[in-house]
Design a protein around this ligand. Structure first.
Ligand SMILES: [Zn+2]
Ligand SMILES: [Zn+2]
Length: 236
């Protein structure tokens, strides 16, 4: 097993070993909380409505680590990595949760890498719409903010302070396999460090890196959906 990274610690929960940040403030904006487990004595039957097999000593209960419900082995046998809950090893998933996690793991495998690599954008100066600057915009290594590298000045944007995302100027009106628009730019409303509302409009720059910029826009939409989910989970 890998040694804990800086500032992270290993903890054992009822679901398995987790590698978490030393404090919540440093947590990834994509992470979600572990569910409470349904108590063993509350359900005598598998909670998959298509199964409803009765539990007994040969047909034992298993908890889905993502939703916390109880299932028979057959309905909860998929073991998948669940990075959003910071598990070190793959954990048991029910069939419904497997679908969600597979989609998200695709985000971790592909979209997250695109976001970390960054895309090249022209950013309109919000004070003066005529002036524009070129930046490489990328997600920080801790996933918490968007960083802007370039000639002009643009403060970093905290991911959990983005309030809305609008895809700009879709070239072909095409969508990716999850229904996200493939755009050539993005407008984001967010709150800055002084809690003032801001809007940033970024357009993919032309040239060799154009495709990477468009992939970045698509990946950013997925990231924003996940951040919104995290918010709704934590606010309930
Ligand atoms: Zn589940
Ligand atoms: Zn079952």
């Amino acid at each position: 097993m890998a040694a804990p990274e800086n500032g992270k610690k290993l903890v054992r929960s009822h679901s398995g070993l987790r590698m978490i940040s030393g404090n919540d403030v440093d947590g990834s904006p994509f992470s979600i909380r572990e569910p409470d487990w349904v108590p063993d004595d509350q359900f005598q039957y598998c909670m998959n409505p298509d199964c409803q097999g009765k539990f007994h000593f040969m047909n034992r209960r298993h908890h889905c680590r993502r939703c916390g419900k109880v299932f028979c082995n057959k309905c909860c046998e998929a073991k998948l990595p669940l990075p959003r809950m910071c598990f070190v090893d793959p954990v048991r998933h029910c069939q419904t949760c497997s679908g969600h996690t597979k989609k998200e793991n695709d985000f971790y495998d592909k979209s997250l890498k695109t976001l970390l690599q960054g895309g090249e954008f022209t950013v309109l100066d919000s004070e003066n719409n005529e002036e524009s600057h070129n930046f490489l915009c990328k997600l920080s290594v801790d996933h918490r903010m968007l960083l802007f590298d370039g000639q002009g000045s643009q403060d970093s944007i905290m991911l959990d302070r983005i309030e809305s995302i609008q895809v700009l100027s879709t070239e072909t009106d095409s969508q990716d396999d999850e229904g996200n628009k493939i755009g050539t730019g993005v407008a984001m409303r967010y709150r800055d460090r002084s809690d003032d509302k801001q809007i940033i409009k970024m357009t993919v720059t032309g040239g060799a890196n154009r495709k990477q910029g468009m992939l970045w826009v698509a990946a950013m939409q997925k990231a924003f959906k996940m951040v919104c989910e995290t918010r709704s989970v934590f606010s309930t």
